[in-house]
Design a protein around this ligand. Structure first.
Ligand code: HEM
Length: 221
């Protein structure tokens, strides 16, 4: 087992599993964020449910582990691939047959998303967990709606950072889903096309939710 996980395919296997887990997390997170468009009560109720639900509390360290595994193994694979020239013609074949701009730049897109994530966690997660988030009067619940919308309404620079993060995430996801299923062996020519279409629809919806909500609060609401 340890031998498999330290092999190149074992590392890709772990990256695919952790990536699929993060894809699920993003779907839940985007659904919750859509409630910002419904109004303060709906969003705060959902945010406070997430903050106090025992199942979500157990999932939080697992989510952090998912991110860590995905990032660390991406870096290890990137570094170990840097030294390799590969068989003659392989790169050309890869370029013409399967490779897209996104697939060739997954590591850079990942690093942009990581930078965005650090800023994002400092904006909201840190304040909710360690102080600085407003509270709803007369309760001990956080007013996460106010925390989020005040920031989006007050800073176009932050909104643009969120837009860049969302575009990088969309491009990363454009390659991610079918590639993960391919690595896990759950794909063939027919299914590759199906996963690719599902992955693209998912990538566009997720990028639009994450990228447009901040701009909506700045320009419209
Ligand atoms: C419109 C865009 C977004 C909004 C409004 C938003 C909102 C939030 C808020 C309010 C929290 C703190 C929740 C709490 O601790 O109670 C949070 C946490 C988090 N966000 Fe986002 N988020 C956005 C985009 C993203 C994106 C694009 C990613 C991933 C690339 C992401 C990843 C995370 C993670 C990992 C956490 C910490 C875990 C958690 O508390 O759920 N977020 N987000």
């Amino acid at each position: 087992m340890a031998g498999f996980l330290s092999s190149s395919i074992g590392k890709k296997f772990l990256m695919s599993l952790s990536g699929l887990f993060l894809i699920l997390f993003l779907a839940v997170h985007a659904t919750l964020n859509s409630l910002l468009l419904v109004g303060p009560e709906a969003y705060n109720e959902a945010a406070n449910f997430m903050a106090t639900n025992p199942f979500i509390k157990v999932m939080e360290p697992i989510l952090a582990l998912g991110f860590i595994i995905h990032i660390v193994y991406a870096l290890i694979l990137e570094v170990s691939n840097m030294g390799k020239v590969g068989p003659v013609g392989y790169k050309m074949a890869k370029r013409s047959h399967q490779s897209t701009w996104s697939s060739r730049n997954m590591i850079y897109l990942g690093l942009i998303i990581l930078t965005f994530l650090v800023i994002h966690l400092a904006n909201f997660f840190w304040k909710v967990k360690f102080g600085g988030a407003p509270e709803i009067e007369g309760t001990n619940m956080h007013d996460t709606y106010k925390l989020v919308t005040d920031l989006f309404k007050s800073s176009l620079i932050i909104d643009i950072i969120y837009l860049i993060g969302a575009i990088a995430l969309g491009l990363h996801l454009h390659h991610a889903l079918w590639s993960a299923f391919q690595t896990l062996g759950w794909s063939n020519d027919r299914w590759r096309k199906i996963w690719s279409v599902i992955g693209d629809i998912y990538a566009i919806v997720i990028a639009m939710i994450f990228g447009l909500i901040p701009l909506y609060f700045y320009f419209i609401n």
